[in-house]
Design a protein around this ligand. Sequence first.
Ligand code: ARG
Length: 568
Amino acid sequence: MKDFKLEVADIIAAQVPDLSLEEIISLIEIPPNKDMGDYAFPCFKLAKVFRKAPNMIANELCEKMEKTDLIQKVETAAAYINFFVDKSSLAKSVVSEVLDKKDDYGKANIGEGKKVIVEFSSPNIAKPFHIGHIRSTVIGNSLYKAYKALGFDTVRINHLGDYGTQFGKLIVAFKKWGDAEEVKQAPIKTLLKLYVQFHDEAEKDPSMDEDARMWFKKLEDGEEEAVRLWTWFREVSLEEFNRVYDMLGVEFDSYAGESFYSDKMPRMIDIMNERGLLKESKGANIVDLEEYNMPPALITKSDGSTLYLTRDIAAATYRKETYDFYKNIYVVGSQQILHFNQWMKVVELMGFDWAKDCVHVPFGMVSLEEGTMSTRKGRVVFLEDVLNKAVDATKEIIKNQKKNIDIENIDTVAKQIGVGAVVFQELSNNRIKDYEFSWDRTLDFQGETGPYVQYTHTRACSVLRKANEEVSADVDFSVLSDDDSVNVIKEIGNFPKAIQDVIKNNEPHIIARYVVDLAQAFNKFYHDNAIIVEDEKVRKARLALVLATKQTIKNALSLLGVEAPERM
Ligand code: ARG
């Protein structure tokens, strides 16, 4: 698309050589109402350069400014210069581009040749994949899609929590009380139960902890039985996680979890020793971070075993050596901010300048509104149950709304909407904000929700089906100069920028916000304008706009990992 803002910036730059194009672009504003034009340039900053009052500067500059095909009118209002775009040219450039690029509309190749790792989801083996993990999964998946759309070379890593002393406990518990059949039936629920039972019993009988340590040692030493059990726990857990990933349409390029790094730790410790970073403290090895106002990083325990933090150091080093990343991103909850600051500092102290390319993208916590799910006594909520419940509730809503729906399709659509609603809800706030999960809000077909956006998409689909004619960009764009149309067109035109803003802030919420704005603009247009009218010129132009909207909503939803059904 011809970038209108850039066009405005060029016009200004021709008269204001003292500011760089970038500075000019950053000063350009979108005025609050249309009488003030489509773009505005404030002249306050120029007062120093020109040594004149901003109002005078605006007037003088305005007179000299050249109009173009795209910029039809230039006016001043006090210290602002206001630019009015030519509405037909705007419509033509935006709509033609969308219809031409289709699924690729919004994509760019600004990331060419740059490798970005997005680590996300990373649940713990034998522990529930709960509602808290969904945030990492959904935010990470969407972030990955934004980087991918912008041409970065992406790698999705699931850093499974599949190592640590807890596996010794699990082996002991399974050998004592476990039933293989039960584990096969409901792996995570059963393993979790065993884990809890271990803790209850170990309180009474401390020798169990000793056993657990011994079994973890056997695991580390590669002893057959320990490895076999651990491998099995990992496998059955992954099968369960994969069911959730399938529902969400999420995939990974690597499942290299914590265990993958167990043999890569000694080298890390050597480097730390060479740099004189390690200190002994009660038999353990630490890196003192007092100078950086952080508690010490614990590297090895007194029995020599390594920790979560040490494994992160080994993992980052491995990733640099394997992928030579441009950015190495971690989508992990805000509770772990200190953890990430600590290990990244240690990596820096180890002399690795790429430490600065490791980015923790934290997010806030999810709480469940009272009575949402049986969370009594802190019982965990399983993500799979949440998704299933959303799908069931959607099915009920659809059934209540329509009489004759074809039953075959209802399952597919209910899944698209139910899962989409949960995913969209996760992205409808700035990621750092804690939020309360609410069913009513999630499944609301009117509010700023996934179902609302999906419904808008099906509405556009339905108009196009009814029109039943070929739609192209070969239309009279002057038809689309009214306010309703222009608002939709501007929103559509903002899409490429929205994707770029996502990666600037690692904030996929921007696309969720964006697509709600687009849907609202479209619904206003749809409500106030007849589309399938007799007048061919009007009809063809409006249909082109409907098609461009439908395509852009679909592309935006796909960046969020939400499907866009054609009917619902
Ligand atoms: N498994 C961890 C948890 O559930 C998250 C792992 C985060 N990633 C990392 N590289 N530390 O809390």
